[in-house]
Design a protein around this ligand. Structure first.
Ligand code: GLU
Length: 303
């Protein structure tokens, strides 16, 4: 946790610096746009016994579930319509190693799905896989499966720059705190009664909506993973700051249809190779780690 906090602070500083150069398009700076990452597209890929892979082949490529409003992780630029960020790059890498050229992925092959809709989108087959700040946990494993983890985040707090009374989760009593429906952070705030007594949890569909409420002074804090909050703070360092220690572990996984073990094995192999051959590091450095700071590569959990 300590290490993460130090890294996080530097990350904000670094992104904030780089965001200064290009006003009006800060998301590009945090999102890895223009990072020119490219992945060798695998040939003659077979994933024996995977109905999802078969479907991707029949359709000429995957449909990938992502976030589109989380700078640095999964972000769609209004100006260019391009997706960028750490999660998006992981999604592209997986596509390439499954044999589908990520450069040829059309707009309709990315589907923005908010936190509350993820399990259903995977179960319905609306997306073939999902990469978007998706915490691996047992409850979700009842409905879908996960490859990974490919990143470890932790729950944190974002407040207005001039707020001096919230410095950690124990300061939330009586406050109005915003988070997103269907997310692990909102559940934690509720289960631990963090805003009690007298506070209020404001639950919205997307983190960008919480940011808008924070900017308008309608809520006192936004809570979710530090990686997400740091992306927003970096876009608006004069008005927003991330405070306190992280207070959970959020291992990010790639969401997959529950019974497709063959695909899960394959995606885990892809992640493992990327962690071993430097690709993971390249992706990290070009997106979340743009400031030159380091993050730990997690151990895969092949359950
Ligand atoms: N990682 C957390 C989750 O999966 C929070 C981020 C999100 O809502 O995507 O619930």
């Amino acid at each position: 946790m300590k290490i993460r906090k130090v890294t996080a602070g530097l990350l904000v500083a670094g992104i904030a610096l780089s965001a200064c150069g290009r006003e009006g398009s800060p998301a590009g700076e945090t999102g890895g746009e223009g990072a020119d990452l490219s992945y060798e597209v695998a040939e003659n890929v077979e994933v024996e016994g995977s109905p999802t892979f078969e479907k991707m082949q029949q359709n000429g490529g995957p449909v990938i579930g992502v976030k589109d409003d989380q700078p640095g992780l999964g972000y769609k630029s209004g100006a260019t319509n391009e997706y960028s960020g750490f999660d998006v790059e992981i999604a592209r890498l997986v596509a390439a190693k499954l044999g589908f050229d990520p450069e040829e992925l059309g707009d309709n092959q990315y589907r923005a799905v908010p936190s509350a809709g993820r399990e259903q989108a995977i179960m319905n087959g609306d997306v073939d896989y999902y990469v978007g700040t998706y915490t691996i946990n047992d409850e979700r494993k009842n409905q879908i499966s996960f490859a990974g983890p490919y990143y470890e985040a932790g729950q944190g707090l974002l407040v207005a720059e001039d707020n001096n009374d919230i410095n950690g989760k124990d300061d939330l009593a009586g406050k109005k705190v915003c988070s997103v429906t269907g997310s692990t952070p909102v559940e934690r705030v509720r289960e631990e009664g963090l805003v009690e007594p007298g506070g209020e949890i404001v639950e919205l569909q997307q983190y960008s909506q919480c940011i808008a409420q924070l900017n308008q002074g309608q809520v006192d804090a936004v809570t979710t993973d530090d990686a997400i909050l740091l992306g927003y703070a970096a876009e608006d360092p004069e008005n927003l700051k991330v405070v306190g220690e992280t207070f959970s572990e959020e291992p990010y996984g790639i969401g997959l249809p529950k019974d497709d073990d063959a695909l899960r094995d394959k995606v885990n192999d892809i992640l493992q190779e990327a962690m071993e051959d430097g690709t993971w590091q390249e992706i990290y450095d070009a997106t979340l780690g743009k400031s030159g700071t380091e993050a730990e590569m997690p151990e895969l959990d092949r359950y």
